[in-house]
Ligand binder design. Structure first.
Ligand SMILES: [Zn+2]
Length: 190
């Protein structure tokens, strides 16, 4: 079961969230009705539940997702590039034209943590997302940058910080540096 022109992951999510313009929606529906491959992938996305809806909506640039979301992305046949980053570490990262998405696994001591906020800094801009999903047992916060956006990006540096929040206050539990460069296959000739 394959598809010559699979609907990309972003579009499937947009369709699921009801964010595809009417004209595009009719075309998508027609494709989905006739394509077992793509409708199966959509089914698996929908099976993830409403937690993901909030995660997808929290930012257009990137989102923190649950471990089950990443599992479902894999089951749906998406090609993922994964980076595991320890607190205080820097990673050189990229996304190729063949990757459906990149998953950053931010490692952190999360055993007794109640709430985690994610702070993203790029240049002058800083965004704080409150109460992101995390996997306490695995000690990871999973972040998926928006693939369509990442594929257009030249080299840049981004910092992420994880803040544990409880009644006693806030404490930083990890900071991570991403040195992104476009993949050579995507890069334009200079
Ligand atoms: Zn299809």
């Amino acid at each position: 079961m394959t598809c010559k022109k699979p609907i990309d992951f972003e579009t499937l999510i947009a369709y699921w969230l009801g964010e595809v313009p009417d004209a595009g929606e009719a075309l998508l529906e027609e494709h989905l009705l006739g394509c077992a491959y793509c409708s199966k992938r959509l089914e698996r996305l929908v099976a993830l539940g409403s937690g993901v809806r909030a995660a997808v909506k929290d930012g257009k640039v990137s989102m923190a997702v649950s471990a089950s979301f990443v599992e479902a992305m894999k089951h749906a046949g998406l090609r993922l590039r994964e980076y595991r980053v320890e607190p205080g570490a820097a990673v050189n990262c990229t996304i190729s034209a063949d990757d459906d998405a990149v998953v950053s696994r931010l490692r952190a001591p999360l055993a007794d943590v109640k709430r985690v906020d994610l702070v993203r800094t790029r240049g002058e801009s800083e965004v704080r997302v409150a109460d992101v999903p995390f996997d306490a047992e695995a000690g990871e916060v999973l972040v998926v940058p928006r693939p369509a956006w990442l594929k257009t990006m030249p080299a840049f540096q981004m910092q992420m910080r994880l803040i544990a929040v409880d009644e006693a206050g806030e404490r930083e539990i990890g900071d991570y540096t991403f040195n992104h460069s476009p993949s050579s296959r995507n890069a334009q000739r200079r």
